[in-house]
Design a protein around this ligand. Structure first.
Ligand code: KIV
Length: 277
């Protein structure tokens, strides 16, 4: 059944855990959707895992539209959420609505995700007023990497924890349908999940929240540049891919591949005529 932002709220009420994974292309999105995931995030992590940038800051609205379009073509049931990239919602409310609108209209996103708390409330309200569901993102917000001083756990001291809890309430009040909570101590994450009416989706936030999200290539065991503690590799695809490629190289070099069953034959008489000519 098709998952919507309303399904998210219903799942929270029914105490059902939500599952979310990132995807950036048609084939991966199709496989993940067919496996029964609730939501697919076209995350701006694509800047790192698909495009090889050092961080997410260079990702553009055009990049997000391009990848959302590909994902949408592969998805039947999952809710497709697209990240608003760095600087696409920082200039003005008007520009934020315009950019969110492009992600929906041109990309096919069914909801968008924005990083930040109190400071992005006017943008969030404007986008929701335009009819677009918004997912919040608190804790470690990778677009603020330079301000945070690195990919570090957030909300460990009293002031940070208070701000985190306050921001979560403010986002709920602003109308977001869910919040991603990244890299925060699990007792704080659990406290927020218990207090709020909207689902809290954790990544590095423990199991006391309403659902989990991971970057798909982390789960597949394909992305090794950064390996945060919160990642669980369910597969070893990186090694498997390298194994397969090595075998292919070997077989091509030794003339083993392609075999007859991989090749096309033709009528002998025609072939003879061609050769004679
Ligand atoms: O961009 C992304 O992949 C994300 C997840 C890590 C939540 O925002």
């Amino acid at each position: 059944m098709k998952v919507t932002s309303k399904t998210f709220l219903k799942s929270k009420k029914e105490n059902k855990k939500l599952t979310m994974l990132t995807a950036y292309d048609y084939t991966t999105a199709k496989l993940i959707d067919e496996a029964g995931i609730d939501a697919i995030l076209v995350g701006d992590s694509l800047g790192m895992v698909m495009l090889g940038y050092e961080n997410t800051l260079s990702v553009t609205v055009e990049d997000m539209i391009y990848h959302t379009k590909a994902v949408k073509r592969g998805v039947k049931n999952a809710l497709v959420v697209t990240d608003m990239p760095f600087m696409s919602y920082h200039i003005s409310v008007e520009e934020s609505i315009k950019n969110a609108g492009r992600l929906v209209k041109e990309g096919g996103a069914e909801a968008i995700k924005i990083e930040g708390g109190k400071e992005v409330v006017p943008q969030i309200k404007g986008i929701i007023n335009a009819g677009i569901p918004v997912m919040g993102h608190l804790g470690l917000t990778p677009q603020s990497i330079h301000k945070l001083g690195g990919y570090k756990i957030q909300g460990k001291n009293l002031d940070e924890a208070k701000k985190l809890i306050e921001d979560a309430y403010i986002l709920q009040e602003a109308g977001v349908f869910s919040i991603v909570l990244e890299c925060v101590p699990y007792p704080i994450a659990e406290h927020i999940a218990k207090k709020l009416d909207i689902p809290i989706i954790g990544i590095g936030a423990g199991k006391g929240v309403d659902g989990q999200v991971l970057v798909c290539f982390d789960l597949f065991g394909m992305y090794e540049d950064i390996r945060p503690k919160f990642v669980k590799q369910y597969l070893n695809m990186g090694e498997k891919i390298k194994e397969g490629v090595k075998k292919y190289i070997e077989e091509v070099r030794q003339g083993i591949f392609p075999e007859e069953k991989h090749s096309y034959n033709m009528d002998k008489n025609i072939l003879e005529k061609i050769i004679k000519n």
